[in-house]
Design a protein around this ligand. Structure first.
Ligand SMILES: Cc1cc2nc3c(=O)[nH]c(=O)nc-3n(C[C@H](O)[C@H](O)[C@H](O)COP(=O)(O)O)c2cc1C
Length: 175
Protein backbone atom coordinates (compact mmCIF):
# COMPACT_ATOMS: atom_id res chain seq x y z
CA UNK A 1 0.00 0.00 0.00
CA UNK A 2 1.12 3.57 -0.66
CA UNK A 3 0.57 5.88 2.33
CA UNK A 4 1.08 9.56 3.02
CA UNK A 5 2.38 10.35 6.51
CA UNK A 6 1.79 14.08 6.86
CA UNK A 7 2.60 16.03 9.99
CA UNK A 8 2.50 19.45 11.60
CA UNK A 9 4.92 20.00 14.46
CA UNK A 10 5.96 23.09 16.42
CA UNK A 11 8.60 21.75 18.82
CA UNK A 12 9.45 18.52 16.99
CA UNK A 13 7.72 15.70 18.88
CA UNK A 14 4.98 15.21 16.28
CA UNK A 15 7.65 15.08 13.57
CA UNK A 16 9.40 12.35 15.58
CA UNK A 17 6.07 10.49 15.95
CA UNK A 18 5.37 10.78 12.21
CA UNK A 19 8.87 9.50 11.36
CA UNK A 20 8.37 6.58 13.70
CA UNK A 21 5.04 5.74 12.01
CA UNK A 22 6.59 6.03 8.53
CA UNK A 23 9.38 3.64 9.59
CA UNK A 24 6.83 1.22 11.02
CA UNK A 25 4.84 1.26 7.77
CA UNK A 26 8.00 0.71 5.72
CA UNK A 27 9.02 -2.19 7.99
CA UNK A 28 5.65 -3.76 7.20
CA UNK A 29 6.33 -3.54 3.48
CA UNK A 30 4.32 -0.41 2.67
CA UNK A 31 5.52 2.62 0.71
CA UNK A 32 5.27 5.56 3.14
CA UNK A 33 5.92 9.15 2.10
CA UNK A 34 6.77 11.40 5.05
CA UNK A 35 5.97 15.07 4.57
CA UNK A 36 5.58 18.28 6.59
CA UNK A 37 2.07 19.51 5.78
CA UNK A 38 3.35 23.04 5.27
CA UNK A 39 5.12 21.63 2.20
CA UNK A 40 2.16 19.63 0.90
CA UNK A 41 0.65 22.26 -1.37
CA UNK A 42 -0.21 20.78 -4.77
CA UNK A 43 0.40 17.20 -3.60
CA UNK A 44 -1.19 14.63 -5.94
CA UNK A 45 -3.37 12.75 -3.46
CA UNK A 46 -4.53 10.20 -6.06
CA UNK A 47 -1.08 8.57 -5.63
CA UNK A 48 -2.01 7.38 -2.13
CA UNK A 49 -4.26 4.59 -0.88
CA UNK A 50 -4.41 5.83 2.71
CA UNK A 51 -2.96 8.52 4.96
CA UNK A 52 -1.79 9.08 8.50
CA UNK A 53 -1.96 12.73 9.54
CA UNK A 54 -0.46 14.01 12.79
CA UNK A 55 -0.63 17.41 14.46
CA UNK A 56 -0.17 18.72 17.99
CA UNK A 57 -2.34 20.80 20.28
CA UNK A 58 -1.10 24.27 21.22
CA UNK A 59 -3.47 26.33 23.35
CA UNK A 60 -6.45 24.31 22.23
CA UNK A 61 -5.71 24.28 18.49
CA UNK A 62 -3.82 22.31 15.86
CA UNK A 63 -1.27 23.97 13.59
CA UNK A 64 -2.55 26.07 10.68
CA UNK A 65 -0.75 23.78 8.19
CA UNK A 66 -2.94 20.82 9.30
CA UNK A 67 -6.11 22.92 9.14
CA UNK A 68 -5.25 24.31 5.69
CA UNK A 69 -4.33 20.90 4.31
CA UNK A 70 -7.49 19.28 5.71
CA UNK A 71 -9.66 22.00 4.22
CA UNK A 72 -8.00 21.77 0.80
CA UNK A 73 -7.98 17.97 0.64
CA UNK A 74 -11.21 17.22 2.52
CA UNK A 75 -12.84 15.42 -0.43
CA UNK A 76 -9.96 12.91 -0.62
CA UNK A 77 -9.60 12.68 3.17
CA UNK A 78 -13.31 11.99 3.73
CA UNK A 79 -13.31 9.29 1.03
CA UNK A 80 -10.24 7.33 2.24
CA UNK A 81 -9.13 5.62 5.44
CA UNK A 82 -7.21 8.28 7.36
CA UNK A 83 -5.74 7.89 10.82
CA UNK A 84 -5.44 11.20 12.66
CA UNK A 85 -2.83 11.30 15.44
CA UNK A 86 -3.68 14.15 17.80
CA UNK A 87 -0.59 14.86 19.93
CA UNK A 88 -0.93 16.65 23.26
CA UNK A 89 0.16 16.66 26.87
CA UNK A 90 -3.43 16.12 28.05
CA UNK A 91 -3.18 12.65 26.47
CA UNK A 92 -0.33 11.88 28.91
CA UNK A 93 -2.77 11.93 31.84
CA UNK A 94 -6.11 10.52 32.92
CA UNK A 95 -8.05 13.69 33.64
CA UNK A 96 -11.55 13.09 32.21
CA UNK A 97 -12.16 16.80 31.68
CA UNK A 98 -8.91 17.19 29.73
CA UNK A 99 -9.80 14.18 27.58
CA UNK A 100 -13.24 15.66 26.86
CA UNK A 101 -11.48 18.88 25.84
CA UNK A 102 -9.24 16.89 23.44
CA UNK A 103 -12.33 15.39 21.80
CA UNK A 104 -13.72 18.91 21.52
CA UNK A 105 -10.51 20.20 19.86
CA UNK A 106 -10.65 17.40 17.27
CA UNK A 107 -14.38 18.04 16.71
CA UNK A 108 -13.76 21.80 16.25
CA UNK A 109 -11.10 20.99 13.65
CA UNK A 110 -13.54 18.69 11.82
CA UNK A 111 -16.20 21.37 11.80
CA UNK A 112 -13.80 24.09 10.65
CA UNK A 113 -12.27 22.05 7.82
CA UNK A 114 -15.11 19.80 6.66
CA UNK A 115 -12.89 16.74 7.24
CA UNK A 116 -14.06 14.20 9.80
CA UNK A 117 -11.21 11.72 10.42
CA UNK A 118 -12.36 8.12 10.15
CA UNK A 119 -10.20 7.42 13.22
CA UNK A 120 -8.63 9.69 15.83
CA UNK A 121 -5.95 8.44 18.22
CA UNK A 122 -4.75 10.73 20.99
CA UNK A 123 -0.99 10.43 21.49
CA UNK A 124 0.96 11.83 24.45
CA UNK A 125 3.61 14.31 23.32
CA UNK A 126 6.58 15.80 25.13
CA UNK A 127 7.60 18.54 27.55
CA UNK A 128 10.54 20.30 25.92
CA UNK A 129 11.79 23.31 27.93
CA UNK A 130 15.01 23.33 25.88
CA UNK A 131 12.87 24.41 22.88
CA UNK A 132 10.62 26.99 24.57
CA UNK A 133 10.96 30.74 24.84
CA UNK A 134 10.95 32.24 28.33
CA UNK A 135 7.19 32.79 28.50
CA UNK A 136 6.34 29.30 27.22
CA UNK A 137 8.84 27.73 29.63
CA UNK A 138 7.17 29.52 32.53
CA UNK A 139 3.66 28.44 31.46
CA UNK A 140 4.52 24.83 30.70
CA UNK A 141 6.54 24.42 33.93
CA UNK A 142 3.40 25.15 35.93
CA UNK A 143 1.33 22.69 33.89
CA UNK A 144 3.92 19.90 34.18
CA UNK A 145 4.49 20.54 37.89
CA UNK A 146 0.77 19.93 38.47
CA UNK A 147 0.49 17.00 36.07
CA UNK A 148 3.74 15.16 36.86
CA UNK A 149 5.18 16.01 40.30
CA UNK A 150 8.07 13.58 39.68
CA UNK A 151 9.33 15.48 36.62
CA UNK A 152 12.59 17.44 36.68
CA UNK A 153 11.20 20.72 35.33
CA UNK A 154 14.54 21.79 33.86
CA UNK A 155 14.79 18.70 31.61
CA UNK A 156 12.97 17.65 28.45
CA UNK A 157 10.68 14.68 29.01
CA UNK A 158 8.96 12.48 26.47
CA UNK A 159 5.53 11.09 27.42
CA UNK A 160 4.85 9.30 24.12
CA UNK A 161 3.98 5.63 24.63
CA UNK A 162 5.66 4.14 21.54
CA UNK A 163 4.31 0.61 22.08
CA UNK A 164 0.73 1.93 22.33
CA UNK A 165 1.27 3.98 19.18
CA UNK A 166 2.58 0.93 17.29
CA UNK A 167 -0.45 -1.08 18.43
CA UNK A 168 -2.88 1.65 17.32
CA UNK A 169 -1.26 1.92 13.87
CA UNK A 170 -1.19 -1.88 13.46
CA UNK A 171 -4.88 -2.14 14.41
CA UNK A 172 -5.79 0.64 11.95
CA UNK A 173 -3.83 -1.09 9.16
CA UNK A 174 -5.60 -4.37 9.84
CA UNK A 175 -9.07 -2.78 9.95
C1 LIG B 1 2.71 26.86 23.95
C2 LIG B 1 2.18 25.45 24.15
C3 LIG B 1 0.81 25.26 24.30
C4 LIG B 1 0.31 23.97 24.51
N1 LIG B 1 -1.04 23.80 24.66
C5 LIG B 1 -1.53 22.57 24.92
C6 LIG B 1 -2.93 22.39 25.13
O1 LIG B 1 -3.75 23.30 25.02
N2 LIG B 1 -3.35 21.13 25.45
C7 LIG B 1 -2.49 20.07 25.55
O2 LIG B 1 -2.93 18.98 25.87
N3 LIG B 1 -1.16 20.21 25.31
C8 LIG B 1 -0.66 21.44 25.01
N4 LIG B 1 0.67 21.60 24.78
C9 LIG B 1 1.54 20.42 24.75
C10 LIG B 1 1.91 20.00 23.32
O3 LIG B 1 0.79 19.50 22.63
C11 LIG B 1 3.01 18.94 23.43
O4 LIG B 1 4.15 19.53 24.00
C12 LIG B 1 3.37 18.32 22.08
O5 LIG B 1 4.36 17.32 22.29
C13 LIG B 1 3.91 19.36 21.10
O6 LIG B 1 4.15 18.76 19.86
P1 LIG B 1 5.24 19.29 18.83
O7 LIG B 1 6.58 19.11 19.50
O8 LIG B 1 5.07 18.44 17.65
O9 LIG B 1 4.91 20.73 18.58
C14 LIG B 1 1.19 22.86 24.57
C15 LIG B 1 2.57 23.07 24.39
C16 LIG B 1 3.07 24.34 24.19
C17 LIG B 1 4.55 24.53 24.02
Amino acid sequence: MKLLVGYASTQGQTRKIARHVADLLADRGHAAELMALEEAEGLEMARFDRAVLAASVHIGHYQASLVNFAETERAWLNAHPVLFLSVSLAAAGHDAEEWRALDGIAADMAEATGWTPSQVVHVAGAYAPSRYDVFTRFTLRRIIAAKDPEADLSKDKEYTDWAALDAAVAAWLAA
